[in-house]
Structure formats: structure tokens, C-alpha cells
Design a protein around this ligand. Structure first.
Ligand code: ZN
Ligand code: ZN
Length: 149
């Protein structure tokens, strides 16, 4: 079997999504064992999930601000409440990658998130933005070379 992109090169692996034959060079290009087309598709899903995270954390921030205003708590306390909920969202989603299960886990994670979010959020956001950048870079490289097939 020959590589789907390099017709003279023997395949050494197959795309885990569509089963296309990949040569050694093609199969080692990305961290996932996928052909270019499938990787771009897969990255779009990851990208949408990351963007959804930014939107959701923004909503949490707005809820925090609304609580602060309704409680008449002054500017500083209002901002802290907003940032607290904003951070809690990031911390909660991060914890959910490792801690699964039904009640009381979501409750425990929620309480922990309120205390850790302030510290976790900047790192998680930095990481997600980097991930987004990487996805865009890969896409740009693939498109500039033309997607085969
Ligand atoms: Zn594929
Ligand atoms: Zn190849």
C-alpha cells in the first residue's frame, strides 16, 4: 500500500479517522495519527470547544457582575465576584477532565473551583489561547500546501 499523498512511498500507518494510508513522513507530522483533511476537521471541533469556553466564562463573569450590582456591593467587590465566577468556570472545566462522576462530585468541584479559579484561570486561558494559535498555524500550513484528496 502506498501513501495517499506520496504515491511512490510505501505506507507505514493509516489515518485513525478515515483509514487513508500514510507514509512515515505523513504519519509523524501531527501529534494525532490523522491525514491532513481529518486533522483540519478534528481541529475545527477542538477550536469550537475552546471558543465556547471563552464565551461561557464571559457569561459567568457577567453573572458575577450582576450579583455584585444587585447586592449593591461596591465596585471592587463586584469585580471580585465577577472574576471569581469567571475563574471558577475555568477551574471547574479543568477539574472535570480529571474528576468525573455524579453527585457529590459536581458540588465538590464547584466549591473547589470558587477558591482555585482566581489562580487557575490565567494559566488555563494562556494554554487555550496557545492551543487555538497552534490550530490556526497548522490549518494555514496545510491550506498553503493544498489539502490532498
Ligand atoms: Zn483521514
Ligand atoms: Zn506521505
Amino acid at each position: 500500500m502506498k501513501c495517499y499523498k506520496h504515491e511512490s512511498v510505501d505506507a507505514s500507518a493509516t489515518c485513525q479517522e478515515c483509514g487513508r494510508a500514510l507514509c512515515r513522513e505523513c504519519s509523524s507530522r501531527f501529534s494525532l495519527l490523522m491525514c491532513e483533511g481529518c486533522l483540519v476537521q478534528n481541529n475545527e471541533i477542538v477550536k469550537n470547544r475552546l471558543i465556547k469556553g471563552f464565551v461561557m466564562s464571559g457569561i459567568f463573569f457577567a453573572i458575577g457582575i450582576a450579583f455584585g450590582i444587585m447586592g449593591d456591593s461596591g465596585l471592587f467587590a463586584t469585580l471580585v465576584t465577577g472574576y471569581g465566577l469567571f475563574g471558577a468556570y475555568w477551574s471547574y472545566t479543568l477539574m472535570s477532565k480529571f474528576i468525573k462522576g455524579g453527585m457529590p462530585m459536581p458540588l465538590i468541584k464547584g466549591v473547589l473551583a470558587l477558591f482555585t479559579g482566581i489562580f487557575v484561570a490565567p494559566f488555563k486561558i494562556y494554554w487555550d489561547v496557545r492551543e487555538l494559535k497552534k490550530i490556526e498555524e497548522i490549518k494555514a500550513t496545510i491550506i498553503s500546501n493544498g489539502i490532498a484528496g
